[in-house]
Design a protein around this ligand. Structure first.
Ligand SMILES: Cc1cc2nc3c(=O)[nH]c(=O)nc-3n(C[C@H](O)[C@H](O)[C@H](O)COP(=O)(O)OP(=O)(O)OC[C@H]3O[C@@H](n4cnc5c(N)ncnc54)[C@H](O)[C@@H]3O)c2cc1C
Length: 259
């Protein structure tokens, strides 16, 4: 699903407030050469961005622009979480705390019952600044280079091709698919034909070192649904749902099967 809207995915997503695991950040920093991306490096930015209305301390910020709040779980959710605990999964009151495993209700990027997207949190308060111009309806087609120095962008707006020059720097924030696509179409990446969702066009390597569009990984998501009339939740049915969910994860059944 692609999201052409200010705020990107944060304007249409499920609003679950979740960070990556510390071990992933640390692996990128230590084994993949992403200097400055260890969990210790990025955690201060998470804390600075967060305005949590409930949690505070080592793992949570309370004064940032991004509103975070608790859900009021539905009865079905509460019973499901209890079922998971009865089946041996530990209760976790905070998935952004020291441990991410377990069962519980997640927090959401919602402030005062309204979605707090990246656009709401960051663009809204800044949009009247004189040094900010927001253009919509634009599709970046490539980064312009002078030798190996990025100097501007080429983009299409309402059917017209345009260019813009950078005065100091360019940040590419097109998302997990959009950013590597822009880089590959700009000649940044491995030599030869590209593969992936953009394989109808070919990018040749002018600047071959980085590896955009490599090492994509799927994340697993399990959604269980059930119907109940108020006051008629059947514990046995929920236990069955919990067991089925756990069995699916343990056995990597269905869509979780390794290929
Ligand atoms: C249905 C759905 C539910 C999700 N639920 C959750 C959730 O509950 N919790 C959670 O943490 N995450 C969730 N995610 C994932 C989360 O939304 C993304 O990880 C996050 O938005 C990524 O942010 P980003 O800034 O890297 O990229 P994006 O949000 O993808 O933003 C990239 C932006 O760049 C634009 N763009 C791309 N290419 C170009 C181009 N060539 N020219 C111009 N603009 C371009 C896109 O239109 C988009 O606006 C969900 C995602 C989806 C799709």
């Amino acid at each position: 699903m692609r999201r052409r809207v200010l705020g990107g995915g944060s304007s249409i997503n499920a609003e679950v407030y979740t960070r990556g695991t510390a071990s992933d950040f640390n692996r990128w920093a230590r084994q993949e050469g992403c200097e400055g991306w260890s969990f210790d490096d990025v955690q201060p930015y998470f804390l600075r961005s967060e305005s949590n209305d409930t949690l505070a301390g080592e793992y949570h910020g309370t004064d940032g622009p991004l509103g975070v709040s608790n859900l009021n779980p539905l009865p079905l959710t509460k019973v499901f979480v209890k079922s998971c605990q009865q089946l041996g999964m530990p209760y976790n009151p905070d998935f952004n705390g020291p441990v991410q495993r377990g069962t519980g209700a997640y927090q959401t990027t919602i402030r005062s019952a309204r979605r707090c997207s990246a656009a709401v949190a960051y663009l809204g308060p800044a949009k009247s600044r004189k040094n900010l111009t927001i253009e919509t309806g634009c599709l970046t087609t490539r980064i312009l280079f002078d030798a190996n120095r990025a100097i501007g962008l080429e983009y299409r707006q309402n059917g017209t091709m345009k260019t813009v020059r950078a005065e100091s720097e360019i940040l590419v924030t097109g998302g997990a698919i959009g950013s590597p696509k822009i880089m590959l179409l700009s000649g940044v990446g491995p030599a030869g034909p590209t593969r992936g969702p953009w394989n109808s066009r070919r990018a040749r390597s002018a600047r071959g070192r980085p590896k955009p569009a490599r090492s994509f990984r799927c994340r697993y998501r399990l959604r269980t649904q059930g119907r109940h009339k108020p006051g008629q939740i059947q514990q046995a049915a929920l236990d069955d749902m919990g067991r089925a969910a756990i069995r699916t994860v343990q056995n990597r059944a269905g869509c979780l099967q390794r290929r």
